[in-house]
Structures are given as structure tokens and as C-alpha cells.
Design a binder for this molecule. Structure first.
Ligand SMILES: O=CCCCC(=O)O
Length: 430
């Protein structure tokens, strides 16, 4: 292993022995300070995001502000890691939550600040230290986050950005100092990293891909659904794990819904990513655009019909596409990570549910209906980490976030995330 990287792991481990003893409330003060720095400089940090991965600047600024919001949530959060007494016949009878140590974050380029901080903040508040392997196009974001935390007063070594490529992950995760890993990314990367963690008996948390359903019935607010559906599919140029990717329409509303949906969809026109009015810019890398185009062609070869063509207008830019897909098309087993949506038609709620669940993933589905019984039917039967009722999916610091099936395991955000990288240590006896 490169010496610089090894010395950072050792530093993270040394600092852990001190950091784990810093009172929860003291850690919270530093988190609040870091949130303030982010909030006060959201445009500056937003520009780093846009420069690195082309996100429209207004979305980049919103991403930084959402980080600050999440950090303020943890800065005010109840300390659920205090020792807990358990009634028993013993004098000692309690649970302590012991942080695990150095945790590696392997993070993607699509939300270069949010994904990192969403994992790191609760892990650090629980007493762990963090080393980050960011996407190679986002080292600037990784360094900026480290600088913000240092400026806020976090001790050197609590959070360190390692500028390494993906080949270094195995050696880092196998290092004795590292005690766990949190990965957000593709299923392939997740499987590989979780295997290494498993072989080394280290905890892993995976937040992977999705192909979420957005199911609409005649008693849903169709105008609101059309607006939210287009935004969910096309914001961040379609490069969001929790984006609505499959629009499942009750057959009764197809003729009414599709025209308004298409109208909303067409509002997403390619523009300069640094213009605050721009709603759609280029994909993060040309090879990702190649991949999306190949998926579009494969979907058509397997019977999909074009509603709006996916038109490539430069090496990384598209006019957004929409295709009508029938059950059995192999494209349904894949994630479309770009501005291409799929429309499917269901004859009733049972068929809509069956279509929605018939994929490997299960991240964050949405259902649009006012009927309480139908809402309950989907709440109980959709196979996903989140079910949204009459809203588009959007994570919220207060609520647990995570996937089911091939979308991963483990919980981020909310108080639940504080217990992901701790050991529940039983103290019992006399
Ligand atoms: O690609 C996944 C992005 C998740 C965004 C969120 O946390 O809302």
C-alpha cells in the first residue's frame, strides 16, 4: 500500500481512540459549525459539484444546503447511544454502544457532497473516524468536505479524503485499522466490496441502484403527479438511484395523463450547467451516455415503443426520452441511469403491484391515489425501502433511508443511522 495512504489509516485509528471519548454533545457542536460553513458557502461548494459532474448549479447549491439541513438534524438529535439499563437480577445490566473504529466510505459522483456526508455524519457522531474513497472525478468535493470539517474544528484525522482509485479499496478495507465500509454505488461495486468486507469479518452497508415505480390512478392528482414524475426522472440528468424510472399508469388514465406528463417532460431542456435557470445539463461522463444509449437501443430491439426519442445531442447530452415497455422486456431488469423513462400500463391495482415488484431492486416507490384502502394495499405490499404516497421520492434526514432486495442493506439517515457502525456491548454481572 502507498505509504501516504497507510499513514492516513494509522492516523484515523490513533485519532479514533481519542474521538470515541469526546462527549456526544461536543461532537454535535462541531457538526452544527460545519453545517453553518456549508450553508454560508453553498454557492462556492455548489460550483465544485457542477464543475466536477455537470449537475445544474441550482441543484448543486440545493445539495449543499440539504447537507447543512441534515447536519443540523444530527446536531440537535437525541443521544440514543447513551448506556441503556436493562431490568434483571444482576448489578451490572446494561447496553453500551461502542463505535467500531475507522470506517471506509466508498462514494459515487452523482451527489458528491450529499452521499459522503449522509454516511459520514452519523458514523462520526457515533464516535467512529472516517476515510473516504470518492469517485475519481470528485476528489475536489472530497477535499472540500475535509476542509469544511477541519475548519469547523474536527480534529485532524476524524475525516480524511484518500485520493485513490477503485483498485486500492481492497487493500484499504483489508487493513487492520479499518473496521467497516459503507458503499453507495452500483450493484457490481457493492457486491465486490461487501465480499471483501465479509471475508475479513467487517461490517458493510450498501446503498445501491434502483428502478423505482411511480404508480398513478385516476383519483390521484394527475397534474401534480406529472410535474413530480418529470422532476423525479430528470433532475440530476436522471442520475439518481431513487429516481422514478418506471411510470405505471392505470389504463383508465393513460390518455389523460400522458399528454400532461409529456408537456412537463419537455420543460427539461438542455442548458448551461452554471446558469441558475437550467434544469437539465449533461451526464457526468460520456461513457455513461454511451451506456444509456445502448440500453435505449436494447429496449427497442426487445419491443419497447418510442413515446419521446432519446436524442443524443453531444457526447454527454440527451434530449430526454420516454419509452413504452411491456412486461418481459429484459430492460426492466436493469437500472436506467440517465434521462430515459419507461411507461407501463396496468389494468388494476393488483397488476400495478405485480409489475412494480417484478424487478431485482426495491428502493423508493411512489403511489398516487386518494383511496385509503388502495394506499394501504401498496404500503403493505410494495417491496421497497420507502413508499411515498402522493409525493415524489426525496430523502429526508428525519426518516430512515435504505433499500431492499438488490438495492442494498443497512439504514442511513434518521436516528437509526447512528447505530449502523457501533457494537451493542452487553455489560452484565455483579
Ligand atoms: O443516487 C442516490 C441518491 C439518493 C439521493 C437521496 O438521498 O435523496
Amino acid at each position: 500500500m502507498e505509504q501516504l495512504i497507510e499513514s492516513k489509516l494509522i492516523k484515523a485509528d490513533e485519532v479514533f481512540s481519542v474521538w470515541r471519548k469526546v462527549p456526544f454533545e461536543e461532537k454535535q457542536k462541531l457538526i452544527a459549525k460545519a453545517a453553518e460553513i456549508l450553508k454560508n458557502n453553498s454557492e462556492k461548494f455548489g460550483r465544485i459539484i457542477t464543475t466536477e459532474m455537470n449537475k445544474p448549479i441550482s441543484e448543486s447549491i440545493a445539495e449543499v444546503e440539504k447537507c447543512a439541513l441534515m447536519m443540523n438534524y444530527y446536531a440537535d438529535a437525541e443521544n440514543i447511544l447513551k448506556p441503556e439499563k436493562i431490568e434483571s437480577e444482576f448489578a451490572y445490566s446494561e447496553v453500551h454502544y461502542a463505535p467500531k473504529g475507522v470506517i471506509l466510505g466508498v462514494m459515487p459522483w452523482n451527489f458528491p457532497f450529499w452521499q459522503v456526508l449522509r454516511f459520514a455524519v452519523p458514523a462520526i457522531l457515533a464516535g467512529n473516524t472516517v476515510v473516504l474513497k470518492h469517485a475519481s472525478i470528485c476528489f475536489g468535493s472530497g477535499n472540500a468536505i475535509e476542509e469544511v470539517l477541519l475548519e469547523a474544528g474536527f480534529p485532524v484525522g476524524v475525516f480524511q479524503n484518500l485520493e485513490v482509485g477503485h483498485k486500492a479499496v481492497k487493500e484499504i478495507l483489508e487493513h487492520d485499522a479499518v473496521k467497516g465500509v459503507s458503499l453507495t454505488g452500483s450493484g457490481k461495486a457493492g457486491g465486490e466490496v461487501a465480499s471483501i468486507a465479509g471475508l475479513n469479518i467487517k461490517k458493510s452497508l450498501l446503498e445501491l441502484g434502483g428502478s423505482d415505480a411511480f404508480i398513478i390512478f385516476e383519483d390521484g392528482d394527475l397534474e401534480a403527479a406529472a410535474k413530480a414524475g418529470a422532476k423525479s426522472r430528470l433532475q440530476n440528468c436522471g442520475q439518481t438511484c431513487t429516481a422514478a424510472k418506471r411510470f405505471i399508469l392505470d389504463e383508465k388514465i393513460e390518455d389523460q395523463f400522458l399528454p400532461i406528463f409529456i408537456e412537463e417532460y419537455k420543460k427539461y431542456e438542455i442548458g448551461d450547467p452554471f446558469n441558475k435557470e437550467t434544469k437539465l445539463a449533461g451526464m457526468a461522463r460520456p461513457d455513461l451516455a454511451d451506456e444509456l444509449e445502448a440500453q435505449f437501443n436494447r429496449a427497442l430491439e426487445n419491443g419497447a415503443e418510442i413515446i419521446l426519442p432519446l436524442e443524443r445531442i453531444s457526447e454527454n447530452q440527451f434530449k430526454p426520452g420516454l419509452i413504452r415497455v411491456k412486461e418481459g422486456n429484459p430492460i426492466l431488469q436493469e437500472e436506467l441511469f440517465g434521462p430515459l423513462g419507461m411507461v407501463m400500463i396496468a389494468k388494476d391495482a393488483e397488476q400495478a403491484l405485480q409489475i412494480a415488484n417484478d424487478i431485482p431492486f426495491g428502493l423508493s416507490n411512489s403511489v398516487w391515489t386518494q383511496d385509503k384502502d388502495r394506499q394501504l394495499f401498496f404500503i403493505e405490499n410494495l417491496e421497497s425501502g420507502t413508499v411515498n404516497i402522493n409525493r415524489m421520492t426525496s430523502s429526508d434526514p428525519r426518516f430512515p433511508f435504505g433499500g431492499s432486495k438488490a438495492s442494498g442493506y443497512g439504514t442511513e439517515l434518521s436516528l437509526h443511522a447512528l447505530k449502523e457502525f457501533v457494537t451493542a456491548k452487553t455489560i452484565v454481572g455483579n
